[in-house]
Design a protein around this ligand. Structure first.
Ligand code: 4GN
Length: 246
């Protein structure tokens, strides 16, 4: 997969997406990320990319043309038209299902807004969808773009190693991850659950599944309606919900 980011702060995105698992994947070739300086597509001598809104009001808007020029340049480079996403608090909220959908594209382009936003005509003509990472406002679209790029990249085959891949199961079967423990076996007087040191793999799998159901019912009950539960698991979940709701 190729991810292009259009931003006034390419170093900010590069700093995050150059490290750790994403940095490794880019070096291995499993993933391509390009951060583009929008100002390089400004057309006046002051390299301006913003202007005042028609009709008055506070703040500045990003002009349509530099963004269009930058996107067209990316199209030329990739040889296709990437799926073009504007990071915006007005967008559809990102979740793992949306990521699964986006992971089908060979090429996505993320636009990071600043100031009071972007000329509406650019959005109408170029943007395929607006996505929000949650109901709050940030000073720029860079952090949301980096969040989306990271979450998307880890769905791409070859980005995670085979043991890192197991994590995919966690928020994926619609249930929360079960509790996990590492050494020492006793810490602050607390023992690791006995079944985990028993070596009995079938019991361990059953224990973990049950803990996932319990946790989800306790912490994020709204996720249960999209999870596939057996009759026994549904009864277990119901008993916890009834406990909570009195
Ligand atoms: C996206 C962008 C939050 C999100 C943003 C979000 C930059 N803040 N929830 N800030 O995904 C107005 C125009 C705010 C640019 C935008």
């Amino acid at each position: 997969m190729r991810i292009d980011i259009i931003t006034l702060f390419p170093e900010m995105c590069e700093a995050v997406l150059g490290e750790s698992i994403i940095g490794r994947a880019r070096k291995s070739g499993a993933l391509e990320v390009n951060c583009h300086q929008l100002r390089d597509y400004a057309f006046d001598k002051h390299r301006r990319v913003d202007d005042a809104p028609y009709g008055g009001g506070m703040g500045m808007l990003m002009m349509a043309e530099p963004i269009a020029l930058c996107f067209e340049d990316i199209c030329k480079q990739t040889g296709t038209r990437p799926h073009f996403i504007y990071m915006s608090p007005q967008g559809k909220t990102l979740n793992q299902n949306k990521l699964k959908e986006l992971a089908q594209y060979d090429s996505v382009c993320l636009l990071c807004g600043h100031y009071e936003g972007v000329d509406e005509r650019l959005i109408e003509e170029y943007i395929d969808e607006e996505i929000s990472i949650g109901d709050y406002v940030l000073t720029g679209g860079e952090l949301p773009a980096v969040v989306l790029a990271d979450a998307l990249a880890r769905m791409v085959p070859g980005v995670l190693s085979s043991d890192e891949c197991f994590e995919l199961e966690s928020h994926y079967n619609g249930l929360l991850e079960y509790p996990q423990y590492t050494r020492p076996q006793v810490w602050h007087g607390k023992e690791v659950p006995e079944v985990l040191t028993s070596g009995h793999h079938k019991n361990i799998t059953e224990y973990r599944r049950r803990e996932s159901v319990i946790r989800t019912a306790k912490k994020r009950p709204e996720l249960l309606k999209n999870a596939q539960l057996s009759q026994d698991e549904q009864r277990l979940a119901d008993s916890i919900l009834n406990e909570k709701n009195g």
